[in-house]
Design a protein around this ligand. Structure first.
Ligand code: 17E
Ligand code: FE2
Length: 415
């Protein structure tokens, strides 16, 4: 396959991309096709690497309203409602909903997804289904699974054993939920437990960490210490960390040094945390987000995640990372021109670093031919105008092809 005349990641000069055996063979201007090459005319279209969603819950997806809608909009009511829905999970139920959500995501250009899976279930029903989903979708979606102890590790019966069973079954990463444990001491202990388990089984860590508007919620300092002392570092991710939006500046100044030494990743979920956060405030009302702009400026890796697609924590969600990014840039006030222009990294490269797949990710010679093409000159226009995504290509094959929808306007006749 030969892709002609595209702008790679906002570059002004046009390049051709030659793909052979599923990999990018050559990037150069004016490559000549050989006889059997399929030729795609880019005509100046934008090419970027595929979208990455490093944080979604595929076990609960598509269950919104069952057994009840979350009318209060708090994280805690979400956990309560999910705990009821969990009682009637079956393998087929999880397999079908998760696959449906992944297809929706793939249709919007996602090719890399990390899902948390609740393992506070004595039978690990959701995990067994998702392990099969991970295998079955592999040709069109790279899926990672995190053993997520939704109701706690030390605060749930056999919580530690369930985490270890999940590790043995073959998850990619281990989770935690320190802010939901009965005590702060349990929270810290749960993180250290996960650090030991991750080392024992050679796994990454991705913890729901301090997802609460409580400035006293300080799981992050323990998670960062574990990342630093174990050397797991970039294999560790702190998801949500919304309490950081409530910490005082003196503490954050001190904390930032440790975060940089630990070099761990952050995932912010703007749609969900704007919606769930600030629920116990009257006014002023907090935004519920972590300090994305400041972490990013300090050189730490921050990615955006989708978190939920129609479940007890969030009634909306359509599998489109453009919605996540659009709201995220508003909520974090990162809308200087170059900030917008480069913002695709929050839903591409930065997510790839969270998932530790960078070696096989990006538009460069020798890498797998995974890319998206948009009918836009640059990312600013693509995001603002919700430009048509003409192709999602994976290993040199067209996964998604979309033509701009025709629209007729009749304004001119009124002039
Ligand atoms: N569970 C949790 O603890 N936090 C969330 N944001 C979601 C599930 C979606
Ligand atoms: Fe989450």
């Amino acid at each position: 396959m030969l892709i002609k005349a595209v702008r790679i990641e906002n570059a002004e000069t046009l390049q051709d991309i030659l793909i052979e055996d599923g990999r990018i063979k050559q990037i150069a201007p004016d490559i000549q096709p050989s006889d059997n090459d399929t030729v795609i005319e880019g005509n100046g279209a934008l090419v970027i690497p595929p979208f990455v969603d490093p944080h979604v819950h595929l076990d609960s997806t598509m269950t919104a309203g069952d057994p009840e809608w979350n009318e209060s909009g708090t994280l805690f009511d979400g956990i309560r409602i999910w705990s009821e829905r969990k009682q009637k999970l079956s393998y087929d139920d999880v397999y079908q909903r998760a696959t449906e959500a992944l297809k929706l995501q793939a249709s919007h250009g996602l090719q890399f997804v990390r899902s948390h899976v609740d393992v506070t279930d004595p039978d690990l029903v959701a995990l067994r289904a998702l392990l099969d989903v991970r295998k079955d979708v592999a040709p069109w979606m790279t899926l990672q699974l995190v053993a997520f102890p939704q109701e706690g590790i030390l605060s749930f019966p056999n919580g530690k054993a369930l985490m270890e069973n999940a590790a043995k079954l073959g998850v990619d990463a281990l989770g935690a939920i320190p802010h939901y444990e009965f005590t702060q001491a349990y929270g810290a202990e749960s993180i250290r437990f996960v650090g030991d388990l991750a080392q024992k089984y050679g796994l990454m860590i991705d913890a729901h960490c301090d997802e609460i508007d409580d400035p006293a919620s300080r799981g992050l300092e323990t998670l960062a210490t574990v990342a630093y002392e174990t050397g797991l570092k970039e294999k560790v991710t702190a998801s949500h960390t919304t309490a950081m939006g409530s910490y005082n500046d003196a503490y954050v100044y001190k904390l930032m040094r440790l975060l940089q030494m630990a070099d761990l990743n952050f995932v912010s979920n703007p749609l969900i945390n704007m919606y769930l956060g600030g629920r116990f405030d009257t006014y002023p009302k907090r935004r519920g987000l972590t300090r994305v702009k400041e972490l990013d400026a300090a050189g730490l890796n921050v990615a955006f995640g989708e978190d939920d697609i129609k479940d007890p924590w969030y009634p909306m969600g359509n599998g489109n990372m453009l919605d996540v990014l659009h709201l995220g840039l508003h909520a974090t006030q990162m809308m200087g021109y170059t900030e917008i222009l480069n913002s695709y990294r929050f839903i591409t490269h930065n997510g790839a670093r969270v998932m530790q797949v960078e070696d096989e990710y990006g538009i460069a010679e020798g890498k797998p031919a995974n890319l998206l093409m948009f009918d836009a000159d640059n990312w600013y226009d693509a995001l603002n105008e919700r430009a048509n995504m003409r192709y999602s290509i994976r290993n040199g094959e067209i996964l998604v092809e979309q033509k701009p929808a025709p629209r007729t306007t009749n304004f001119d006749q009124f002039v």
